[in-house]
Design a protein around this ligand. Structure first.
Ligand code: ADP
Ligand code: XUL
Length: 538
């Protein structure tokens, strides 16, 4: 009899499930929120309000997607052979539940849908998610109470960020104190989905907990000073913290009766999508980093010993192995690329064709691509800045956005201080070889791309496999698991063109000057841009 492991990924735009046996992926399915749950009226899985800084989504939509997904799985494999389940959630998003929640969850009737039975259990109907940047004031307040930038980073592993859960919770408390008072428990997307499967409140793991500005990054406990700086009585409203590899219980009776899951199916703590991706691309050791080109673009790496970015742009989260990981995150990732694609009526094929035929360095055309508010560097009012071209130049814009994204990534990841030999790429846009070529040239590093772009779901499946084998005392180590799974995937490598090394080193300095000019009152970059054009294009 085969035994299976299920990894779920509740991301911004979809819920993905990957099922593995002990050596390979055997089934994958996806529920796309916009397409398959149109009643929630989301665009790219979210609801952007009139104020573009306010971005929410629907916890009941994620739950409904879970039921649809389990239906598909049940029709494709022997679901009772699933031994363990873990999952991944888009990070930072918060779910607010009232005092009816726990009892309603325990009493779920498999003859009805979950959403019908949980409708009255939310003290806030929608969830602010990672794309929300409406908490500038709360970030300032919390940072000040904690003793300033450096102290905040030393305590929580990151500066206060608009999308982080603590500032979001503070905003809810300030704007709706009654709603806050009626909140019995606040979950992250990851712990909320784990809770649904478990039938009782699940803990938050150290990976996702570190994205809240509430967990002490050294002790991995809730930090009382951070909690007090955020909102009153918060400790009573948070689930406990746990290691990512812990078993949190067994699947609840609802899923056994309704979908035929085995009563012994173990549930492993859920984590954030980035910590899961760390495993899903096999970053279990020093010296390697990954870029994830999903809805957000992220750059992250495994970290053995705690090393903080005291300038405040990067983050340190817990890694699923029990160590740490570094991360920087961009909001202008896939959705910004899609805006350009749509603006000029292109498909990905034509978009790629333009990347292939335009020259590295883009004849000195430089874009600062803040189509949406940006996280790194912090830009709250969206605006696209163009140097040396305008919006009518289709080819210029296509090349400029891709070069800008990776120049910015190279510039702002310098604090990680890890000169990678190879970069792993994952996420939807990593399927695009021409985008990866620009990235390889800018980083001057080979980029390896795997057949499975869903590294978060795969990482979750592998985490459940690892904990299961530890549990039955047939421990497999991470090297063995990662080797087995990543070797079975076709993976291709994009090699940097060495001829572009000097050009992109120069362009990086030029890009920095443009950023300094617009965001920090720096000197006019025009003379440097002219020199760059003379050196490479005249
Ligand atoms: P998330 O997990 O954050 O929901 P995904 O990793 O599934 O997102 O990535 C989805 C994104 O991938 C889409 O928004 C789309 O823009 C992008 N994408 C898919 N195919 C391509 C392609 N060939 N070239 C560039 N981008 C692509
Ligand atoms: C990471 C971040 C995003 C979300 C959504 O800090 O905000 O990557 O996890 O993918």
């Amino acid at each position: 009899m085969s035994i299976y492991f299920l990894g779920l990924d509740c991301s911004t735009q979809s819920l993905t499930g990957i099922i593995t046996d002990s050596i390979s992926i055997i089934y994958k399915c996806i529920i796309n929120f916009d397409k398959e749950l149109p009643q929630y009226n989301t665009t790219n899985g979210v609801n952007i309000l009139d104020d573009v800084k306010v971005v929410h989504s629907f916890p009941l939509m994620w739950v409904e997607a879970l039921e649809l997904l389990l239906n598909k799985i049940q029709n494709h494999i022997s679901i009772e052979n699933i031994k363990a389940i873990s999952g991944s959630g888009q990070q930072h998003g918060t779910v607010y539940l009232n005092d009816k929640f726990e009892s309603a969850l325990k009493a779920l009737n498999p003859k009805e849908t979950i959403i019908n039975q949980l409708k009255g259990c939310f003290s806030r109907q929608t969830s602010p998610i990672w794309m929300d940047s409406s908490t500038f004031r709360q970030c300032e307040e919390i940072r000040k109470t904690l003793g300033g930038l450096k102290e905040t980073i030393k305590i929580t592993g990151s500066n206060t960020f608009e999308r982080f859960s603590g500032p979001q919770i503070r905003k809810f408390y300030q704007e709706n104190p009654e709603g806050y008072r009626q909140t019995s428990i606040i979950h992250l997307v990851s712990s909320f989905m784990a809770t649904i499967l478990l039938g009782e409140n699940a803990p938050i793991d150290h990976g996702d907990g570190a994205g809240m500005n509430l967990m002490n990054i050294k002790t991995k406990q809730w930090d009382i000073s951070a909690l007090n700086a955020t909102a009153p009585n918060l400790i009573q409203k948070l689930p406990p913290l746990t290691d990512s590899y812990n078993i949190i219980g067994k699947i609840s009776p609802y899923f056994i009766k309704k979908y035929g899951l085995n009563p012994n199916t173990l549930l492993i703590a859920w984590s954030g999508d980035n910590p899961n991706s760390l495993i899903g691309v096999g970053l279990i050791d020093k010296g390697k980093v990954a870029i994830s080109l999903g809805t957000s673009d992220t750059y992250f790496g495994y970290m053995k010993n705690l090393h903080l970015d005291l300038n405040g742009e990067g983050h340190v989260f817990g890694a699923p192995t029990g160590d740490y990981m570094s991360l920087i995150c961009y909001k202008n990732g896939s959705l910004a690329r899609e805006k350009v694609k749509k603006e000029y009526n292109l498909d990905w094929g034509k978009f790629s064709e333009i990347l292939r035929k335009t020259s590295p360095g883009n004849n000195g055309k430089i874009m600062l691509p803040y189509f949406f508010p940006e996280i790194v560097p912090l830009v709250l009012e969206p605006k696209v800045y163009r140097f040396g071209f305008d919006e009518n130049d289709i080819e210029g814009n296509v090349r400029a956005i891709i070069e800008a994204q990776f120049l910015s990534m190279r510039l702002h990841s310098e604090w990680i201080n890890e000169q990678p030999q190879e970069i792993y790429a994952t996420g939807g846009a990593s399927a695009n070889k021409d985008i990866l070529q620009v990235a390889a040239d800018i980083f001057q590093t080979p980029i390896r791309q795997f057949n499975t772009t869903d590294s978060a779901a795969l990482g979750a499946a592998l985490r459940s496999l690892k904990t299961y084998y530890d549990f039955i005392k047939k421990g497999k180590n991470w090297d063995e698991i990662v080797d087995t799974f990543l070797k079975t995937q076709f993976s291709s490598e994009t090699i940097p063109n060495i001829k572009n090394r000097e050009l992109y080193n120069d362009m990086l300095n030029l890009y920095k000057k443009c950023e300094d000019y617009i965001l920090r009152n720096g000197e006019d970059p025009e003379p440097s841009r002219k020199q760059f054009i003379e050196k490479y294009f005249l």
